[in-house]
Design a protein around this ligand. Structure first.
Ligand code: ZN
Length: 232
């Protein structure tokens, strides 16, 4: 199964109550403690980076980067996909253009993750018969599947999933570079792009290093970068 059946242990009513109780806790306890931050954020944002990741509920961009509200400009979708420029004037393309042009974002991070249902669906397209919209969306990950099928002598599905997840991040970085606002700032060395894969089970992140053309652990003083060399 590409998208695993979820076994909900709580009723719909309990699920909503949990969320509303959580909001009340935030409003009454957390917000007063961080009032200075929220006052500063009330009229402006200056995020440190744009973070494009999967809609998967197990990924929490702020939590895994120890960030606060206002730090990350986050865009999420099934499979952390970035459609190539011109193919779809949707939410991702709009957010990229706004982040780069209006907010002057200096870093864009595309972050995939382990156990991704979207990647499993890319490997098993028949499972998407009843999800035509998901199927159409994941065409933007097709390139990664072909790269893996043609080049990887992956033995197991786990290994294939791992390589596909990395190749999908590389493919989406390539799509990112087709956006004029991105291409222009990459050419002038004003924008930096990053491809990460987050492991849910271990909390480790591997980052794509363009100079070595492989993923390296994000654990040293040197941060691997996917940014091509500027020309201007
Ligand atoms: Zn996912």
């Amino acid at each position: 199964m590409p998208f695993k059946d979820q076994t909900h242990t709580e009723s719909a009513e309990e699920a909503l109550k949990h969320i509303v109780d959580g909001f009340r806790h935030f409003h009454q306890e957390v917000f007063p403690e961080q009032q200075a931050l929220f006052k500063k954020l009330a009229t402006a944002q200056t995020p440190r980076a744009m973070f494009i990741t999967c809609a998967d509920s197990r990924i929490s961009p702020e939590l895994i980067t120890n960030s606060s509200p206002g730090d990350l400009f986050v865009t999420r979708n099934v499979g952390n996909v970035v459609p190539p420029y011109g193919q779809m004037n949707g939410g991702v393309s709009t957010a990229i253009e706004y982040a780069v042009t209006a907010l002057g974002i200096k870093h864009i991070i595309v972050c995939g993750h382990s156990d991704c249902g979207a990647m499993r669906a890319v490997l098993n397209p028949d499972s998407l018969e009843k999800m035509p919209t998901v199927k159409a969306w994941l065409r933007h990950a097709e390139v990664a599947k072909t790269v893996v099928h043609d080049n990887c002598s992956c033995g197991t599905e786990v290994e294939t999933m791992g390589v596909l997840t990395e190749e999908n991040v590389i493919a989406q970085l390539q799509h990112l570079r087709t956006h004029p606002s991105v291409a222009s700032r990459l050419a002038s060395g004003q924008l930096f792009i990053h491809g990460w894969v987050y492991n849910i089970e271990t909390s480790e992140i591997k980052a794509y290093d363009a100079s070595e053309d492989r993923f390296l652990p994000l654990d040293g003083a040197q941060v691997p970068s996917a940014t091509p060399k500027g020309r201007f």
